[in-house]
Design a protein. Structure first.
Length: 140
């Protein structure tokens, strides 16, 4: 199925100056937030191979991964807030934390306008997602 076969679009935007391991880490953590907030139906059935070995289920729809400069990522963030599009955020401070409680505490100490964003993720209707993601290029 294609991206357009779903009512919503799922996307991750990572800052373009991150190391490869950071981009992957940010993407994984942000997608966990999107999945947790999406409710039932976002995750498909378990996978089975020809021998019957069972594997964990995954998202039912494609995930688009984009990259952006720091200022462009801030624009994406602000567009999402203006349109009331729920987003997951990952800030630079989270690279130094060890678990979810510390992550939330690190974000809580920084005012909205001062968040050092390194990634955001969303799941929204196509129209809203397209407006938020306008002008971005796919991650190579």
């Amino acid at each position: 199925m294609a991206v357009t076969d779903f009512d919503t679009k799922v996307a991750v935007v990572v800052r373009d100056d991150l190391a490869a391991w950071q981009r992957l880490n940010v993407t994984a953590f942000l997608m966990s937030g999107v999945t947790a907030a999406a409710g039932p139906g976002i995750v498909g059935e378990d996978y089975l191979d020809a021998d019957g070995t069972r594997y964990l289920p995954m998202l039912r729809q494609p995930v688009l991964v984009f990259e952006a400069t720091g200022p462009k990522l801030r624009t994406v963030y602000e567009r999402a807030l203006r349109r009331d599009v729920p987003i997951a955020v990952y800030t630079a401070e989270l690279f130094a934390t060890g678990h979810d409680d510390d992550n939330r505490a690190a974000v809580r100490t920084v005012p909205t306008a001062e968040l050092d964003l390194v990634g955001v993720a969303l799941r929204a209707p196509h129209r809203d997602a397209d407006a938020v993601l306008r002008g971005l290029r796919r991650h190579p």
